[in-house]
Design a binder for this molecule. Structure first.
Ligand code: DQA
Length: 165
């Protein structure tokens, strides 16, 4: 437990909720090109994110879908959670519908990519999500997810978005 982060339990004893959403093709992590995504599976990633969140006193829910509309419905469903961690996969680069859904979330949003999308093909360099994300972490592999969890917990304990990473 990071001692700089206060106990996040609220007055009713409820732990805050971090929701992690993965988009298209990320269910096949472990089979996708290892030079970009490493060998970690989605289940392993979810386990480590859940462990990190729980160590900080948070609850954690994880979902993955290959359907854009379903991803949007998940953002709607969890828009009042205390933190959202999203890797929308290829939708990152063109889905204004996901961008608009995330804009409605009251929770701070961390956009995370395993690979460094700024150093790959031209079409991957643009994220339509970044402008509505509180932080974007790209190219740090699974460690980037843990950094995102710590960042989200820290800004929640500091009183919300708007705090420098
Ligand atoms: C990704 C990068 C995207 O460009 C790609 O389409 C993905 C994964 C990443 O985590 O590096 O599916 O979001």
């Amino acid at each position: 437990m990071n001692s700089t982060i206060a106990d996040p339990t609220d007055a009713s004893g409820q732990r805050p909720l971090l929701v992690m959403l993965h988009g298209a093709n990320l269910d096949l992590l472990g089979e996708r090109p290892a030079e970009h995504y490493g060998t970690v599976t989605l289940a392993e990633l979810e386990r480590s994110v859940r462990a990190e969140a729980e160590a900080l006193g948070w609850r954690c829910e994880c979902h993955q879908t290959n359907h854009e509309g379903e991803f949007i419905e998940l953002v709607h469903r969890y828009r009042y959670s205390q933190a959202l961690l999203v890797n929308p996969g290829a939708w990152t680069h063109y889905s204004y519908a996901i961008r608009d859904a995330l804009e409605l979330a009251s929770a701070p949003v961390a956009e995370v990519h395993l690979s460094d999308v700024t150093q790959r093909e031209e079409w991957r360099r643009r994220s339509v999500i970044s402008e509505v994300a509180t932080v974007t972490i790209s190219g740090r592999g699974p460690e980037g997810y843990l950094e995102a969890v710590r960042f989200l917990a820290k800004i929640a304990s500091d009183g919300g978005p708007g705090v420098e990473a």
